[in-house]
Design a protein around this ligand. Structure first.
Ligand code: ZN
Length: 270
């Protein structure tokens, strides 16, 4: 029996049900048909024009991505509308697009959890939510100076299997005192600025996340909490490898070629 886009969707929704997604989100199959047979899948964080090209060159019939396309209202399909170019390119090359976004963030594949494991956090629990939710918080085995901990973390991260895609540590920033002690750490993948107050409330000494703005960083520092900003891309990239391993191990997808995008990267240069 041919493998269809619908089967891949079912497998992903087993671990990240669509009903978990936020109301404002746009998840699931966004372009294409569930009944279409596939031979190759490209996994990516973003659906950019370059990723569509990569999928075409790879011969993929499906892109599985974290970030949805057609997120803001798409008002026209004009050739001078950049927001229309990705869906148009997908249609032209008959490539489907499936997004697992806030539902994946709350699943066992959440990057927050993976980053917590890389850091070696103990007694890890959800930062927000009970049975499922966003972010994690836990304890380092030993108190560590921020400077030493941050170096150790970045080193482990770049050597970890989930990062083995030659990602550069571009856009990585640290706010706080290098000398301060860290024992309790909160981690939120993606844009985690809005979790500053929650992490402070729970007594975190450090919040590791992405996309933190000036005012959120100041709020954290005022509360005595350091902030490690990996950037949006790097804080979420571990999910891609998790998805890759999950889909690659599925018996029902045997014979399907799967790869993680080799061109999807952080947009920041330094
Ligand atoms: Zn994101």
């Amino acid at each position: 029996m041919a493998v269809t886009i619908g089967l891949v969707a079912q497998l992903i929704e087993k671990i990240a049900p669509k009903s978990w997604a936020e109301e404002w989100d746009n998840v699931g199959l966004l372009v294409g048909s569930g009944s279409k047979p596939i031979e190759r899948i490209l996994i990516s964080l973003d659906g950019t024009l370059a990723v569509v090209e990569e999928a075409k060159d790879f011969g993929a019939q499906l892109i599985v991505a974290h970030h949805p396309i057609i997120f803001r209202p798409l008002k026209n399909l004009r050739s001078d509308n950049t927001g229309a170019q990705v869906p148009l390119g997908l249609l032209q090359h008959e490539i489907g697009y499936y997004a697992a976004h806030t539902n994946l963030d709350q699943s066992v594949f959440s990057s927050s959890r993976v980053l917590g494991e890389i850091l070696g956090l103990e007694k890890m629990e959800l930062l927000e939510g009970e049975e499922r939710g966003y972010g994690v918080i836990g304890y380092l085995p030993h108190r560590e100076k921020l400077e030493i901990l941050w170096k150790r973390f970045l080193d482990k991260l770049t050597k970890s299997e989930v990062y083995a895609q030659d990602y550069e540590l571009s856009g990585v920033r640290l706010a706080g005192s290098l000398e301060q002690d860290v024992r309790k750490v909160a981690i939120v993948n993606g844009s985690g600025g809005r979790f500053v107050s929650n992490a402070l409330f729970k007594g975190a000494d450090l919040l590791i996340t992405g996309d933190v703005d000036h005012h959120s960083a100041l709020d954290a520092l005022e509360g005595g909490m350091a902030v490690g900003d990996l950037g949006h891309f790097l804080s979420e990239a571990p999910m891609l490898k998790k998805l890759y391993h999950y889909l690659s191990a599925e018996k029902s997808l045997q014979g399907i070629e799967i790869k993680v995008s080799s061109i999807n990267r952080s947009p920041w240069l330094g």
